[in-house]
Structures are given as structure tokens and as C-alpha cells.
Ligand binder design. Structure first.
Ligand code: NAG
Length: 294
């Protein structure tokens, strides 16, 4: 039920075999698993490289391809986090994404982090979006209070019956509450996989598509480590997702604690650069979840 995942190497057969033995013998204790046990490459094997004895990976974007990986399991509620170091220098037109997705087109649930690159010295934007029961169009953007390409930072998605919280280094940047009682869709029924991709999106990503990718700066590299998924894997014991003793359903996780709430207010006051809730041109009628209480 509770599971920690680290990216580990398959660089040498010897290391791999000993890791498999190690992991098999520890299954009962749900000890750290290998990258290959929990993740698979979904797009362009040749563009994902394992580093540092497999504890980190490098994603590559060049003129031939971007790349992506996904969890083998889907999860229903829990928390997923990873440390990411974004593309340094001129990253305009690139998007590094980390998200959860139910893979059910018509009634898709999806929770997105999208890191939008920029020209050298210009700030990255972090866009978040929430799809519930097939409806998205809930974009928000924040600028970061640090350079995300200078070092690794922790990005996490927390998801329980009460809310979804997107955090950066333990600072909540977005909260989407469960207001199903008021008829507002919330992802409660479908498990979601964990995904990450690095790709080119210069038709929209940077300054609305004005800034194009400078391929003379390619290849572009993003780095990931410390993958951590704690949730109810599906398929798995049916009762897991509704078990109130899961830590993420605990009383102290049903709303932001006072410290997190203060940090969240600070982000809302100082770092929001776009909020669909206040975009009257797109939404002359304010979307109901925006009124239901942030
Ligand atoms: C890129 O930099 C420009 C200029 O500072 C800024 O307006 C924009 O919001 C930045 N981010 C993106 C993703 O365009």
C-alpha cells in the first residue's frame, strides 16, 4: 500500500541482479523499488539516460525527439513527488511536464505541472491544470522564487478525498478542493498513472508562442531524482483507496495546516501570474469552483 520508489540503475547486469534480489527479499516490507519495477519509458528510449548509479535520470530533447516515462501502476489517492532540475540557459519553447492522468479520454482526470521554458535570464513559468471528469481549462501560472534550472527542487502532487495540492519545495502553489457536494467535479473515482515528458511546444509555451525553440542550443537536458510514490496501487486491494487509515487521509491532511496555509497565501499574493478564475475574457461567467472557496 505505501510504497517508496527510487530510480536505480540497470547499467550493469551485476548491479541489476543484486538489486532484484534485494528488492524481492524486501517486498513484504515495501522497501524502495527500482525504476524498472515501477516505471517504464513511454517515448524514445534513446533519449532517457540513467545517471549516478541509477539514482537520477536525464531526459533529452533534440530535433529528433523528446521523451517520456510513466509509472507501470495507477494510483487512487496518495502523494507523488520527484526532484527535477530544469533545462538551464535558453529553454524557450520547451515544456517539462510532470502529471497524473487517468488515461480515460472522455472522462479524463488529470493533474498537471507544466514547466514552461524561457530565454536565458527570463523566468520559467509553472502552469498547473486540473481535469475532472473530462473537463480541464483550469490553468493557473506562477513564477518561481528561485531558478529551477540551477538546482534540484521538489515538486509534488498530493491527492485525497478532500483536495488536491500542488507543492513546490513544500510550498503549496495550488489547491483544488473537493466541492462535489456543490456539484463541482473532483477526481474521486478513477486511478491515475504518474507521467513525465520533455517536449517541444513552441507554438504556445513561451510568451504565448512568440518565442521559438533555438535548436542551435540543443540538445536540451532535464534531470530527475528521488521519485517517491505513496498511494493505493491499482489493481490492488479494493479497500485500499477507501481506507481512512491511509496517512494521506488523516485529519491533519484534510486541509492545509497553518504553516502551509500561510505559505499558500504568500504564493497567491506574490507569485500568481495567471489565474483562469479571474480571466473574464475566457470566462465571462466565473467558473463555479472559483466561487466555492479557494
Ligand atoms: C518569459 O519571460 C517573459 C519576459 O520576462 C515573461 O513575460 C514570461 O511570462 C516568461 N515566461 C513564459 C513561459 O513565457
Amino acid at each position: 500500500m505505501v510504497k517508496m520508489t527510487n530510480v536505480l540503475t540497470t547499467c550493469t547486469k551485476k548491479v541489476f541482479v543484486s538489486l532484484v534480489l534485494f528488492t524481492v527479499s524486501m517486498v513484504a516490507d515495501a522497501k524502495p523499488a527500482t525504476f524498472l519495477q515501477d516505471f517504464r519509458i513511454t517515448w524514445s528510449d534513446s533519449h532517457i539516460k540513467q545517471l549516478d548509479g541509477g539514482r537520477a535520470i536525464q531526459l533529452v530533447l533534440d530535433e529528433n525527439s523528446g521523451c517520456g516515462f510513466a509509472s507501470k501502476s495507477q494510483y487512487l489517492f496518495g502523494r507523488v513527488s520527484m526532484k527535477i532540475k530544469m533545462i538551464p540557459g535558453d529553454s524557450a519553447g520547451t515544456v517539462t511536464a510532470f502529471y497524473m492522468n487517468s488515461d480515460t479520454d472522455q472522462v479524463r482526470d488529470e493533474l498537471d505541472f507544466e514547466f514552461l521554458g524561457n530565454r536565458t535570464g527570463q523566468p520559467y513559468s509553472v502552469q498547473t491544470n486540473v481535469y475532472a471528469h473530462g473537463k480541464g481549462d483550469r490553468e493557473q501560472r506562477v513564477n518561481l522564487w528561485f531558478d529551477p534550472a540551477a538546482d534540484y527542487h521538489t515538486y509534488s502532487i498530493f491527492w485525497n478525498h478532500h483536495h488536491v495540492v500542488f507543492s513546490v519545495d513544500e510550498v503549496p502553489i495550488r489547491v483544488y478542493k473537493n466541492n462535489e457536494a456543490k456539484g463541482i467535479p473532483f477526481p474521486t473515482r478513477q486511478p491515475m498513472g504518474v507521467y513525465s515528458t520533455l517536449w517541444e511546444a513552441d507554438d504556445w509555451a513561451t510568451r504565448g508562442g512568440l518565442e521559438k525553440i533555438d535548436w542551435s542550443k540543443a540538445p536540451f537536458y532535464a534531470y530527475y531524482k528521488d521519485f517517491d510514490i505513496e498511494g493505493c496501487a491499482v489493481p490492488g486491494p479494493n479497500s485500499c483507496a477507501s481506507n481512512p487509515s491511509n496517512w494521506w487521509e488523516g485529519l491533519s491532511y484534510q486541509q492545509l495546516d497553518p504553516v502551509a496555509a500561510r505559505r499558500y497565501r504568500w504564493v497567491r499574493m506574490n507569485h500568481i501570474v495567471y489565474d483562469y478564475c479571474t480571466d473574464k475574457r475566457r470566462f465571462p461567467v466565473t467558473p463555479p469552483e472559483c466561487l466555492a472557496g479557494i
